[in-house]
Ligand binder design. Structure first.
Ligand SMILES: N[C@@H](CCC(=O)N[C@@H](CS)C(=O)NCC(=O)O)C(=O)O
Length: 219
């Protein structure tokens, strides 16, 4: 008999907050899963024809494999996992759409901007143009303020219960403040308190403890 495979495989790397959403969800579900390391930085693996042909035509991480099924887009992966496991699943049609609304906002305007900002500031091979960082930071501050306001009156994004909308929003928010050059939890206290609540869920782990590739060689 060959080696027993875990139920789920996740293409990921430690510095990816987009992948962290899915890794965290798998852990919160208590799933049997294993990471497949993607050499994003040194190897430029997501830009190779092989990756785009065999793994994801969009050239992105994360990708989830479950038996014969394969998905990209963390929002789709979170939805699939929640519906299969019944964990962190929005209840009813209204809540399902409400979760989707926040996941899209997060992908586009919260973590969708924090990811590139942190990449430019911390990992890019050349020094970033300060004007680009200033532009992104302004947009990020605006989006984080919207989230902070919402979380000031709720335990979790949709209300009293955690759902995949919280897992999505967690994306980049546990990475060290030094990697951004600003402290999200301090600057936005309701987000800080919510991060502590998510951290208290059974199965929570820090992205650097959950996915391979940290620290980057030479750092
Ligand atoms: N909306 C996507 C974003 C995925 C994404 O941008 N992943 C990054 C890694 S953190 C990536 O693979 N970028 C490659 C590229 O943009 O070329 C998701 O949530 O899955």
């Amino acid at each position: 008999m060959g080696p027993v495979m875990a139920d789920y495989q996740l293409y990921c790397f430690a510095q990816s907050g987009n992948a962290y959403r899915c890794a965290l969800m798998l852990n919160l579900m208590g799933a049997e899963w294993e990471p497949i390391f993607v050499d994003f930085f040194a190897g430029g693996e997501t830009r190779t024809p092989q990756y785009r042909t065999e793994v994801n035509e969009m050239g992105e991480v994360p990708v989830l494999v479950h038996g014969s099924k394969k998905f990209s887009q963390s929002g789709v992966i979170l939805t699939y996992l929640a519906e299969r496991s019944g964990k962190l699943v929005p209840q009813g049609d209204d809540e399902r759409l409400e979760a989707l609304r926040w996941i899209i906002f997060d992908n586009q305007k919260v973590n969708g901007l924090l990811g590139p900002y942190r990449f430019l500031k911390n990992f890019a091979p050349t020094k970033p143009d300060p004007a680009v960082l200033t532009f992104l930071k302004g947009r990020i501050d605006g989006s984080l303020s919207i989230i902070n306001k919402r979380l000031a009156t709720r335990q979790f994004v949709l209300g009293a219960r955690p759902t995949i909308a919280d897992v999505s929003l967690a994306g980049y928010l546990y990475y060290p403040a030094e990697e951004f050059g600003f402290d999200i939890a301090k600057d936005h206290p309701a987000i800080g308190q919510w991060l502590d609540r998510v951290k208290a869920l059974a199965g929570w782990k820090h992205p650097y403890d959950l996915m391979p590739g940290h620290p980057l060689p030479g750092r």
